[in-house]
Ligand binder design. Structure first.
Ligand SMILES: Cc1ncc(COP(=O)(O)O)c(C=O)c1O
Length: 290
């Protein structure tokens, strides 16, 4: 049996039959947007925030979603229900649709909506207990003036190159700098550091995806009355940090133990643990479940 449950344009489809046209502009040009939500106790976590970002991504590439929010909620719920037990990772991809072999999307009339569900695999416990390894990637994050990294789009080639670099060095993630040499984020997660009791993370102006988890972490820090700076961070700031952690929907708060060969001072640090615990409370708070 396949590890995936798949829906194409609202129809549940066996993986072997889950096919889209080679003339789909999502396939041809990466002309698509996507979102990933997870379940907690079988309910959708932070679905409102993911839908808001989905509209933002679509709007930024001049795409008006052809289905309403309830349709996507229903899709995610159906994908989860179709799986057998456990928590789900639920992805929705919306492409510009099938059109002529021409960059311009004028001939794409109907968006293609692909839903993919799978088990929400937990990352290895040792990453949380001792911190994971990340690298500082050589490949740079594309600038905001290009395809803005704030758009969760089908254009992830920079990130693909960076994760290839990371895996070659046995690292789970790669921190990417922008063309000015400032830290942005990792390939599929946001990055935070703690220095002298202050929580720091790159500001949105640096060119990065506004992670849903990042938003919750900022909320948690304010509730815990921890000072936070969203701004410019350099490679040296990362290496000088007392604590480093990365965040994403599938990882929650994952402490970083090594940046390349450099050992982070405290792993996991006391503030990272406090923030992670507070985030877990939000994760299990039914107010955030749909
Ligand atoms: C480039 C990038 N940054 C950050 C994140 C983390 O975002 P979230 O917390 O919404 O999962 C992701 C998630 O996939 C991502 O692709």
């Amino acid at each position: 049996m396949s590890d995936y449950v798949i829906s194409i344009n609202g129809e549940m489809t066996e993986e072997a039959n889950a096919k889209i046209s080679v003339l789909d502009h999502g396939f041809l040009f990466g002309d698509s947007v996507y979102e990933v939500v997870r379940t907690v106790g079988g309910k959708l976590f932070a679905a409102d925030r993911h839908l808001k970002r989905l509209h933002g991504s679509a709007g930024a590439i001049g795409m008006t979603l052809q289905q309403d929010d309830n349709w996507y909620l229903d899709l995610w719920r159906k994908l989860h229900a179709r799986r057998e037990g456990g928590e789900s990772y639920l992805r929705v991809i919306i492409t510009r649709g099938v059109g002529q072999l021409d960059l311009h999307p004028a001939t794409c009339e109907t968006q293609t909506v692909i839903g993919i569900g799978k088990a929400l695999n937990r990352w290895p416990d040792e990453h949380y207990a001792h911190g994971c390894k990340v690298i500082l990637a050589k490949v740079r994050r594309n600038p905001k003036q290009s395809t803005d990294p704030a758009i969760k789009s089908g254009n992830y080639l920079n990130n693909v190159l960076a994760i290839i670099e990371a895996r070659k060095q046995d690292a789970v993630e790669a921190i990417m700098l922008n063309v000015k040499g400032h830290v942005t984020e990792c390939t599929t997660s946001n990055v935070f550091i703690i220095k002298d009791g202050v929580v720091k993370t790159p500001g949105l102006d640096e060119g990065l995806l506004e992670g849903v988890t990042r938003g919750f972490i900022l909320q948690v820090c304010s509730e815990l009355k921890l000072p936070v700076v969203e701004g410019q961070l350099t490679e040296q700031d990362i290496l000088d940090a007392d604590e480093v952690f990365i965040t994403s929907t599938t990882r929650d708060v994952m402490p970083v133990g090594f940046i390349g060969d450099h050992k982070v001072r405290r792993t996991p640090g006391t503030l990272t643990i406090r923030i992670a615990n507070a985030y877990h409370e939000l994760l299990h708070d039914s107010k955030n479940h749909t």
